[in-house]
Design a protein around this ligand. Structure first.
Ligand SMILES: [Mg+2]
Length: 389
């Protein structure tokens, strides 16, 4: 840190630190097995074989650094990278602490492509890197910078219960998850063969016992009457929630279901902006909201949504990217859940600790992540702006 800015800090004046350098990397993560949820069984999508990540690394003139990421499943990764590449140079020379203003500046730089979807997902990686940088500068884990309500968050496993996995393997995966300290088990449903869904759910409930928190996820593949019937049939399993029973944008349908079932309804992962989530909240569409920070434009946007959700007494169970969402869930007032996925582990040198059914914050500052050599090797495109200090 320079003498001038140290003195300025002591006197309570604004620092002179500015963003000097940004590197954007497009990284393709291969998945060990092709993944299928209900969208594949209904023919809407192909099995997923890889995930495209957009990483943003930022350094400042005073030597502070931050890393953030967004992602895209199936199509969209190259578009996120291309958009970020076009707008990133607007940040050179800016104060990295003014994150809200910088988010707005980047949106205006690409205003004609809108304030949702790919456009703001490209900004998300940069926004998340700025939050990481701010927390690291403070010497705090991000959750502590935001104001944590807890040091650990109840966690559940998703990756073990996909529809391409035979039931016997799903049961073994559940045993392994519970043994590793993960508290809840989620399985995919939405199989066009409804009896197969119920048989699998019965097998899992019998296997894990009545006390383990259990959730199902239909990935939007039921119509309204099917969701009603399946929801009613599933009441006896004492589920924590039924996730995405209907099309992600059917707020009214979700609201009717939420009103008629005892089981909680969870949704929101597919939505691409805070504005889209507001439609869910206004319609009373869910009991548990599932925003995804990289999908809705980053942490700055997530925090706005979290405030709205709390005012509506919603529970929070953010989607995917536990490396980011552990911090955001820890800072949410109403007891949340965080989704455990091991897919991203090859990208990062650090591991998140699970114990007693909960995922624990580490003492590492910021998000607490650094990229592996393997992640560098999976980089398919790179773009740098500014000069590294
Ligand atoms: Mg889901």
């Amino acid at each position: 840190m320079s003498t001038v800015s140290s003195a300025a800090s002591r006197q309570g004046e604004a620092t002179l630190d500015t963003i000097a350098w940004i590197r954007l990397s497009s990284v393709t993560l291969p998945l060990a097995t092709p993944i299928s949820d209900a969208k594949v069984l209904t023919g809407r999508q192909k099995p997923m074989t890889e995930v495209a990540f957009l990483f943003a690394e930022i350094e400042t003139t005073e030597g502070h650094s931050g890393i953030g990421f967004g992602y895209s499943k199936r199509a969209g990764g190259p578009a996120q990278f291309a958009h970020a590449k076009e707008i990133a140079d607007n940040l050179i020379g800016e104060d990295p602490s003014d994150i809200g203003r910088l988010w707005t500046k980047l949106v205006w730089a690409g205003a004609s492509v809108g304030r949702s979807g790919v456009a703001t997902q490209a900004i998300a990686a940069i926004d998340i890197a700025l939050w990481d940088l701010k927390a690291k500068r403070a010497g705090l884990p991000l959750a502590k910078l935001l104001g944590a309500h807890r040091d650990s968050v109840q966690t559940y496993n998703t990756s073990g219960g996909f529809l391409h996995t035979p039931t016997d393997q799903v049961l073994d995966n559940a045993t392994a998850s519970l043994a590793s300290g993960i508290g809840g088990i989620k399985i995919k449903v939405g199989n066009p063969d409804r009896k197969a869904d119920l048989a699998r759910l019965t097998a899992v409930r019998e296997h894990v016992g009545d006390d383990v928190p259990l959730m199902v996820d239909a990935n939007q593949q039921w119509d309204r009457p099917t969701a009603q019937r399946m929801g009613r049939a599933m009441e006896e399993f004492n589920l924590v929630w039924i996730e995405e029973p209907l099309d992600a944008y059917d707020a009214q349908g979700h609201a009717a279901l939420a009103a008629s079932l005892d089981t909680s309804i969870a949704t929101g992962e597919m939505l691409a902006s805070v504005a889209e989530h507001v439609e869910l909240i206004k319609a009373n569409a869910c009991d548990i909201i599932q925003p995804d920070a990289p999908r809705i434009g980053g942490i700055t946007q997530f925090l706005k949504l979290a405030t709205l959700a709390e005012h509506h007494n919603l529970q929070l169970a953010p989607h995917f990217a536990m490396e980011i969402h552990l911090h955001l869930a820890a800072a949410y007032p109403i007891e949340p859940w965080v989704e455990h996925f091991d897919w991203l582990e090859p990208l990062f040198n650090e591991r998140l600790e699970t114990r007693d059914g909960r995922m624990h914050l580490s003492s590492r500052p910021g998000l607490g992540i650094t990229l592996t050599e393997q992640a560098r090797a999976w980089t398919v495109a790179k773009h740098e702006v500014g000069a590294r200090p």
